[in-house]
Design a protein around this ligand. Structure first.
Ligand code: GDP
Length: 232
């Protein structure tokens, strides 16, 4: 004869829970993970950045490309990347920590926007040095997201960046060209811009993104998660 279950013997009508439901780990989605973003630190100079062990993903792009809006959309925090726009901080590198339960497992680096028309040549040269040094010296750098407004295409400084990034991509650095404000393009212009960007990305990837229409948000979150969590 079968032994009566605990629920039956106690007279309760609730069916017993399957044992695996209690044992299952909490589900962490890439989007949920992005939403854990919090401000970590800001640095005016590269050598002020803390040395970190966790993977770092850098967001770069010319001013007005939509970088702050993109970071804020991905992390669902309205003011996070706008910290980078405060007077005196526009040339800073800002780090945001990601990870559940306050445990940082990845860092996002918001690098200074570049190529603003009003910026003197000296500042452009300074930016190029900072970028090149960052790419060469940042040991925990795992990937780069280059934000580009496809209506403007690659600017001169985007090309400079591509030149520096390409050899590192060949060595295994992850790379994504993110075409922002995709809502402003027709479907066919979007497809055209995407195929050009895929070629420019070399071994990297390219995607369309719109903060306004929430296009590409899940896909970028998933990619960031994959970059960060793949076996080294
Ligand atoms: P950043 O200088 O690269 O940080 O650029 P911002 O995030 O400040 O964006 C520059 C401008 O582009 C702002 O006026 C934004 O409202 C606008 N923008 C950003 N993302 C989008 C988007 O997905 N769609 C549209 N239509 N406008 C956007």
């Amino acid at each position: 004869m079968a032994t009566p279950s605990k629920a039956a013997s106690s007279g309760s009508k609730a069916p017993p829970k399957p044992p695996q439901a209690e044992a299952a780990p909490p589900v962490v989605t890439p989007m949920g993970w992005m939403h854990t973003a919090r401000f970590l630190t800001t640095a005016a100079e590269l050598f002020h950045l803390p040395a970190l062990e966790v993977p770092e993903i850098a967001f770069v792009g010319r001013s007005n490309a939509g970088k702050s809006t993109c970071i804020n959309t991905l992390t669902q925090q309205k003011q996070l990347a706008f910290a980078s726009k405060k007077p005196g901080r526009t040339q800073h590198i800002n780090l945001f920590a990601l990870g559940k339960q306050g445990i940082t497992d990845t860092v996002l680096a918001d690098l200074p926007g570049y190529g603003y028309a009003a910026v003197p040549k000296q500042d452009k040269i300074r930016w190029q040095k900072v970028m090149a040094n960052y790419l060469v010296t940042r040991e925990n750098l795992k990937g780069i997201v280059l934000l580009c407004d496809p209506r403007l295409g690659m600017t001169e400084l985007d090309e400079v960046l591509l030149e520096v990034v390409r050899p590192r991509v060949e060595e295994g650095l992850k790379f994504l060209i993110l075409l922002t404000k995709a809502d402003k393009l027709t479907r066919s212009d979007g497809a055209k811009a995407l195929s050009i960007a895929k070629l420019q990305a070399g071994g990297g990837q390219a995607m369309l993104f719109s903060a306004l229409k929430k296009q590409g948000v899940d896909a970028v979150a998933q990619l960031m998660w994959d970059w960060s969590h793949e076996a080294a």
